[in-house]
Write a new protein. Structure first.
Length: 283
């Protein structure tokens, strides 16, 4: 009887857990739809900002602008975008691994983390190198948040405190496919020229000077939005797996419960029959 009670308690516990994971999956489904809407709305905006930077940069002589000229040093600023919560598979860990891989090729680091998981990872493995940590914005970022981060990066680069600027984030491809990316923002890398050069009414140098901070802000904002969509997608997949595993465990325990109950009934019948035989008069 005790074994039956234990099995029944385990089944009830797993049923409760499955209900929680189903609720989390539903919430993540709603959130990923909102995140995708913001992400898709930002992509054209980011594309236009990039085109402006590329066009103005292509009109400048090589190395004329300080944001274009490569530097000999190996000091770098890295923005790492993760989530504030777990239960999303390897999403948070993958950005940390990308940072560790990048750090091997760099010298002095200044790290800016977005999301508490990135802050925790860097606090353990890059102690003393985290300059700023932003939490509570990974799922619903505002443009002002990205603008504040971009201002920090531009100040470091302009003052000569760093020689390169990177962003590590997760790119949303499909609901089932995400990719961890490491993008170099500064110095600006120009794409090969295509077609005729753009004519400017304002000097390209001035346009480029004002367009780069604008582009970096848009890129960081887009990176956080992309990562948010990836986080929710990863959480949906994780909760789907949890719900399926819970169902399999419930089926197995239910079968075990019925087997144990049948054994208990059989034992009781045997005891009743044996008692009846013992009580009946001997012929």
């Amino acid at each position: 009887m005790d074994s039956l009670i234990l099995i029944k308690n385990r089944i009830n516990s797993i049923v409760s857990t499955r209900q929680i994971t189903q609720s989390m999956r539903t919430v993540a489904t709603v959130k990923v739809q909102r995140a995708r809407e913001k992400m898709l709305a930002n992509r054209p905006f980011l594309g236009q900002a990039r085109q402006l930077v590329q066009a103005a940069g292509a009109a400048l002589p090589y190395g004329e602008h300080p944001l274009l000229a490569p530097r000999g040093g190996n000091r770098a600023a890295v923005v790492v975008v993760s989530g504030d919560r777990g239960l999303c598979g390897g999403y948070n860990l993958n950005t940390g691994k990308a940072l560790s891989a990048l750090a091997k090729s760099l010298g002095e680091l200044k790290i800016v983390t977005v999301g508490s998981k990135a802050a925790d990872y860097c606090a353990q493995r890059f102690r003393g190198k985290v300059a700023y940590s932003y939490t509570g914005i990974s799922e619903s970022p505002f443009y002002d948040d990205a603008e504040a981060i971009a201002a920090i990066l531009m100040e470091w680069y302009s003052n000569g405190e760093v020689d390169q600027v990177y962003v590590i984030y997760t790119q949303f491809i499909t609901m089932l496919s995400q990719k961890t990316r490491t993008e170099k923002l500064l110095p600006v890398a120009l794409d090969p020229p295509e077609g005729a050069k753009t004519r400017f009414e304002i000097p390209p140098y001035e346009i480029f000077t004002h367009a780069v901070p604008f582009y970096i802000t848009a890129f960081i904002y887009g990176a956080i939005l992309e990562s948010a969509a990836c986080e929710h997608s990863a959480r949906i997949a994780t909760m789907d797996s949890a719900v399926k595993n819970a169902g399999d465990m419930i089926d197995s325990l239910t079968l075990l419960y019925h087997q144990a109950r049948q054994g208990e009934i059989t034992r009781e019948i045997i005891e009743i029959v044996s008692g009846a035989d013992a009580a009946s008069p001997q012929l």
